[in-house]
Structures are given as C-alpha cells and as structure tokens.
Design a protein around this ligand. Structure first.
Ligand code: NAD
Ligand code: UGA
Length: 458
C-alpha cells in the first residue's frame, strides 16, 4: 500500500514511542517510523516487552506495529524518506560548563539537526517535540538552513503535554495541542501540515496555533505552573502538621473555588519525574540570561520547596524513629515517581532512600514496576539495601513502612497482617496520603501522613 505521508520521529523514549503509536493508530494513511541511536531500545520496541510501561501502550503498539508503525535503528535512510520529522530526543539539564545544573543540554538536539541536514535531499518540516529553551528554533533554523544544498527546512514547535501513567489517554484526548511556527508563508504552510496530522482525531477547537516563541515558552511555563501548585500545597502541608489543620481538607476547600480548581493540589513527599525540575531550572537560567533576576528567584523557589519537602520527610522519619534508624529495617512502598509508571527519574524515593541509607538504615524497596530502575538508581550503595517485589515480605521485621508512590495496590493491603509482622512499636509514614490513617492507628500503628497531625500511641 502506498502511504500518503512518511512521518519520522527521532527519539524512541517516553514521548516518541507513545506519541507515534497514537499517530499511527489514528492515521492509517501515514507511514510512521520511530528511530533511536539506542539499538537495544529499538529491539525492545519490536519485541513483546516494550522498553517502557504505560497503561494501554502494549495494545496500541500491537494494533499498529508492522502495519504503519515501524521502529528502526536506521536513522539516515529514514531521514531521507520522511517529509515531516518530529524530534523527541532527550534534553536533560547540563552537567558541565556554563549553565551546569540549570541550562538545557542541547547536544543531542543539535546532533539530530546536523544529522537531518546531512541526510536530506529535499525540503522537510522539522518538528520540535522535545521540551526546549525558548528561541531554540532560531538556532535550529540556522543549522539547517545555512547549507549548500539549497534545501529549505521549516521548523515547527509542537510541545508534548502528556503525563506518564496517563500518556495514552492524554494523547488520545488532549486538553490542547499546540503548534507554533514562523508567521512567514513557508512557516504557516508547515504549521498547517502539522495541524492536519492532529485533525485526524483532535477536535479543531483544541488545536492552538501560535507564533513559535510562544509555543516553545508555553511548554516550560505549563510545567512550571503545575510544579508550582504542588510546591504551594506542600509548603502548606508543613503548616498543617504544626496546626492540626488537614492538608486534604484545605486542598478540598480551596480547590472548589473554580478560579483555583481541584487538580494538582495533592500534598506529597515531593514531585519527581524527568521534567518538572529540569524545565523550571531551565526557565530560571533563561530568565537569568535576560537579566530577570527576580523572576528567576521566584521560579527557583518552586524547586527549593520541593527539595525542602523531600528532606523534611526524611527528617520526620528520623526524629520519630527515636533519632536513629541505624540498623533498622525500613520498607519503602513504591519507588516510581508516580503511580502507573516504571519511571524513577528524579523520583523523591531516590532522595528518601539515600537519606535513610546515609543514616545506616536497612532499606528494603518494593514497587510493582520500578524495581529494575531502582536497582540502577541506587547501584552505588552496596550495603543495607534490598529489593523485594512482595510488599508483605518487604514489611516483615521492619520498624517502619514509608509509602512513596501512590500505587493502588498499597491502598488495599492487609495492614493487620503487616502490623503483626513488624517490629513494635510499628510506624507508618504516608508520603502520598493514600492510606486510612484512623484505621491504621486503630490497628496499632503510629501514623505520620504529610500535612496531617500525627496519630501516636505514646
Ligand atoms: P527519553 O530519554 O525517554 O527518550 C529520548 C530518546 O532519544 C532516547 O531513547 C535516546 O536514545 C534518543 N536519542 C538521543 N539522541 C539521539 C539521536 N541523536 N538520534 C536518535 N535518537 C536519539 O526522553 P523522553 O522522556 O521521551 O523526553 C524527550 C523529550 O520530551 C524531552 O525534551 C522531555 O523534556 C520532553 N517531554 C517528556 C515528557 C515525559 O513524560 N517523559 C513529557 C513531555 C515532554
Ligand atoms: C508532567 C506534566 O503533568 C505533563 O503535562 C508534562 O508533559 C510532563 O510533566 C513533562 O513535560 O514531562 P509527569 O511528570 O509525567 O507530567 O507527571 P505529573 O502527573 O505531572 O506528576 C509529576 C510529579 O508531581 C509526580 O511525582 C507526582 O506524584 C507529583 N504530584 C502531582 C504531586 O505530588 N501532587 C499533585 O497534586 C500532582
């Protein structure tokens, strides 16, 4: 069958894989190829064990793979054949040189641009899918268009707003799709081509068109605002613990104000994930580079509160476990940065585990999907660390359990059985507020939940 369009995505990660699976499912007339430099990852995408866990992803890939969705390690050939190239390579925080610890590391991004240029024989639309500093498109255009091939590339920004754990739903029913471009005839034509892809399943009124800089910046700002809400409620959680106010009740009361809204007001051990911290720090760096010190400090405080909250959680455990956890078995329920994903990037659990290990606790980690990543994250710790898929076994002989990921499975465990198997007095620290505190207290636990007065038997 001849396909109407060849779409390529460079970068087969958490964004590239699911997004292109959705495009392929909704646009059977397009041939969609996803390439990556990581050959093992491509092998996994072509196997029955996909490299990432995401509810609904297996079905979607199964439905399209080999029909109009292909995963390949042949980057050059696929660049040549594509008319539209999405780039969803990683853009981590720089760890070296100028802007280290803040600025985005654009080396993967730039390599991709040069690779596109080297392998193109005709005009292409290049779509920024990765999250990038505002004005990256200008550098991208320079690299691509200052060529001797007389080929014209159009750069379009189409940031991704999916959240892990709900990626498939977010892709199928997005709140909005944002497409930004230059407002030149060529830019507008390229923008239209990208919009047309999404019109295959997204209602027109949900597709926002804008200038390219607004589009790039909106992505950073969306993540900053979301993270800011979490830091705001987490800052209030500390005040609740001091005053016997209940953070869930406060969140419920303020969230009913339609101007505030109920989402992203769940107090927690802290926000994690590969993007919130990196994108805010990138925003901070950009503001600094434009001399906007006050703006930079304002957004930086969102990350500072998050680090403070993670640290506060560890300190709270330490203080309440009689100021020592050395030699004490402590079970961590959950290691993923949120439920329904195996992803552990920037997970608060990493910080909590490290804090407890530094105090010489015997840490046991359990998680339904993230143990492989947890092992990798903590590979430098040789002592005092075990991994246990079964939460009952993890809690056996433990002094304390700390809930760090809001997996449903932890809500319905037999806590009576867990309590009996633990060293007494038994403690539970709920970093996600998913457990019934009163019930646990009645079973005999000493219960500490974020933003709630402790329930102690002594
Ligand atoms: P990821 O690390 O899971 O995937 C990126 C992939 O790009 C990797 O597999 C890597 O091998 C590949 N890659 C790097 N350089 C390459 C090259 N030159 N050629 C081919 N492949 C190359 O990252 P991700 O989580 O998918 O994020 C990608 C981008 O999307 C980032 O900018 C991120 O900020 C943004 N984003 C992520 C999410 C999310 O939920 N993870 C959501 C929205 C936006
Ligand atoms: C986030 C955004 O929600 C996406 O829109 C965006 O596309 C993505 O970042 C990205 O750019 O990578 P994600 O990090 O996958 O998505 O997950 P979120 O649901 O936003 O959760 C982030 C962190 O905040 C998690 O650790 C979560 O547990 C925590 N969180 C979230 C809270 O502690 N409380 C809340 O009320 C909400």
């Amino acid at each position: 069958m001849a396909f109407e369009k060849n779409i390529l995505c460079i970068g087969a990660g958490y964004v590239g894989g699911p997004t292109m699976a959705m495009v392929a499912a909704k646009c059977p007339r397009y041939r969609v190829v996803v390439v990556d430099i990581d050959k093992d990852k491509i092998k996994a995408w072509n196997s029955s064990h996909l490299p990432i866990f995401e509810p609904g992803l297996d079905e979607l890939v199964h439905q399209t793979r080999g029909k109009n969705l292909f995963f390949s390690a042949e980057i050059e050939k696929n660049i040549q054949e594509a008319q539209i190239i999405f780039v969803s390579v990683n853009t981590p925080t720089k760890t070296f040189g100028q802007g280290a610890g803040r600025a985005a590391d654009l080396q993967y991004w730039e390599k991709t641009a040069r690779q596109i240029l080297a392998n193109s024989k005709d005009a292409k639309v290049v779509v920024e899918k990765s999250t990038l500093p505002v004005r990256t498109a200008s550098a991208m255009e320079r690299i691509l268009n200052e060529n001797h091939k007389h080929i014209r590339f159009e750069v379009v920004s189409n940031p991704e707003f999916l959240a892990e754990g709900t990626a498939i739903r977010d892709l199928e029913f997005p709140d909005r799709v944002l497409v930004g471009s230059r407002e030149t005839p060529g830019g507008l034509k390229a923008r239209k081509e990208v919009v047309e892809i999404f019109l295959n399943w997204v209602p027109g009124e949900k597709i926002l068109e804008s200038n390219i800089w607004s589009s790039e910046l909106s992505k950073l700002v969306a993540n900053a605002f979301l993270a800011q809400r979490v830091s705001s409620i987490n800052s209030i959680s500390a005040l609740c613990e001091k005053t016997e106010a209940d953070v869930d009740e406060v969140a419920g009361a303020i969230g009913m104000d339609s101007r505030i809204g109920p989402k992203f007001l769940k107090a927690s051990v802290g926000f994690g994930g590969s993007c919130f911290k990196k994108d805010i720090l990138n925003l901070v760096y950009i503001c600094e580079s434009y001399g906007l010190e006050k703006v930079a400090r304002y957004w930086e405080s969102v990350v500072e509160i998050n680090e403070w909250q993670e640290n506060r959680f560890v300190q709270n455990m330490l203080v309440n476990l009689f100021n020592t956890v050395a030699g004490k078995r402590i079970a961590l329920f959950g290691f993923a940065f949120k439920a329904d994903t195996g992803d552990t990037r920037e997970s608060p659990a990493i910080y909590v585990a490290q804090g407890l290990l530094a105090e010489q606790a015997e840490v046991v980690i359990t998680d339904p999907k993230a143990l492989k990543n947890a092992r990798r994250d903590l590979k430098n710790f040789k002592k005092g660390l075990t991994f246990e898929p079964d939460p009952y076994k993890a809690a056996r002989n433990a002094h304390a359990v700390a809930v760090l990921t809001e997996w449903d499975v932890y809500k319905d465990l037999d806590y009576k059985r867990i309590f009996k198997s633990m060293i007494q007095p038994a403690f539970i620290f709920d970093g996600r507020n998913i457990l019934d505190r009163k019930k646990l207290y009645d079973l005999g636990f000493n219960v500490f939940a974020v933003g709630k007065a402790p329930l102690k038997h002594f």
